[in-house]
Design a protein around this ligand. Sequence first.
Ligand code: GLA
Length: 394
Amino acid sequence: MVRALTTSAQVTATDLLRDAFRERFDGQPQVFARAPGRVNLIGEHTDYNQGFVLPMAIDRACTIAARSNESNHITIRSLASDEEQTFSLCDLKPEPKGLFSDYVRGVVAGFCERGVSVTGFDAVVDSDIPLGSGLSSSAALEVATATLLEELTEHRVSPMDKALLCQKAEHQFVGVPCGLMDQYASVFGRTDQLMLLDCRDNECRYVSMADPSVALLVINSNVRHQLAESEYAVRKSQCESASSKLGLQSLRDAGLESLNHPDLDDLEVKRVRHIFTENQRTQSAAGETEHQAWGTVGELMYASHASLRDDYQVSCAELDAIVEICQCIGTDGGIHGARMTGGGFGGCAIALVEVARLKELCRRIAAEYRIRTEIESSLFCVRPGTGAEIIPAS
Ligand code: GLA
């Protein structure tokens, strides 16, 4: 479906890409595709345990400009990382090579696997989602590629299949055994709506978040610890081992009684407790958001962070510092709640803040973070935005 160009950010993104494309490949791109990043309000590390998540697509995106080149090569230039890579359509073995084009290769392979005939293309890609910072820059690249391929090949995949295809690309070509949340949010996002996604049956309930008096502030810690990817896979296998000891299909089915199971070791008890309590918090947060009960949503966010820090152990000193700063400022100072968002070990935290206090809060959080860590943070607000789309070329 082609939607109208809506924001000035998009106009700038397409202009920039058109110029860059012309400079590198001569002539005009044929198609522009855009897919957003996401912020997860709450429900962290629950998706691969068939649990609940409450993300939104954000008004920051990855945009690709492309044109068929009638060859069997795909050349893709990234403006964000100032790199260019080329791969052959004969080289679609599911093997992570550690290149940004792995995401593109994985999605191309997914189309080929569905019997779609893909021919070569030249592309320039740019993104205003900070890379590798917990806002799903990877899923956005995958979903933008899939959206582009739908247009170039004139073969539509269903939105759900598109999300699943992109998730598989990440598993097989990037080597990260992620859940479905990021790709789902990037495909299904809607303006002013969060998505309460049940990762057991992938059913989603949209939850309105249109109150103009509150905003979600993203605070990028600007650190990313090495552990991020390896520990993700470790957490996933710890959860699988715990659920098999409990005789459950997944930790989604764990209850309070599971915590006393004699076969679980101390670490597994912590992991199970996080998943159990986080699923409860996430469902409550959806209801409280509908009632605009921001104080309660904020409390749930703080509790989620504490659980990720202490039981799931995926936070880090910098993210903890941001959340502590927010907690000290408190409701009286204009902050309802805060937590890390995404996989953890660095990247971004989010805070639910009073719009009226926004400017002063940004200054204060950045200053206190600088004092505590000697690191400059980056802060910006996000709004729930639309999912992936083709942007008209002219
Ligand atoms: C990453 C993964 C998601 C999800 C989050 C943690 O973003 O891609 O599937 O597991 O971490 O909630």
